[in-house]
Design a protein around this ligand. Sequence first.
Ligand code: FES
Length: 141
Amino acid sequence: MLYSDKVMDHFGNPHNVGVIEDADGVGEVGNPVCGDMMKITIKVSDDHLDDIKFQTLGCGAAIATSSVITDMARGLSLEDAVKITKAEIAQELDGLPPAKMHCSVLAADGLRAAVDDYLVKNGREPISGGPELVEDDEHGR
Ligand code: FES
């Protein structure tokens, strides 16, 4: 299985690792395929993502996709942040092996959960539409 240089870079030197202690929103998700876990914390200002950090207990692809989504999402509006798809994450990393595409769902779902958590805590309706479904043909490891 071959990983792109970008995947190896983000895996070896992940960006935005950690937890924002006074976070406005928290997303904690588990990958239904493999059981790996991810937590995303966000700070929100004027409905935009001011800060974002992650902790991932998972495979290298899960760490790389978590790292890259924090870069992609920082500064975005909440509406645009929840639209980031696993395909866009994989594209940003110059691709993922097919058997690892399910790993990128963890990052996308963690961010969606964090945004919805922020909105619900503030008496607003969630906007993410829930987790992205993992298709059957992506259930490899
Ligand atoms: Fe579990 Fe990649 S997220 S194997």
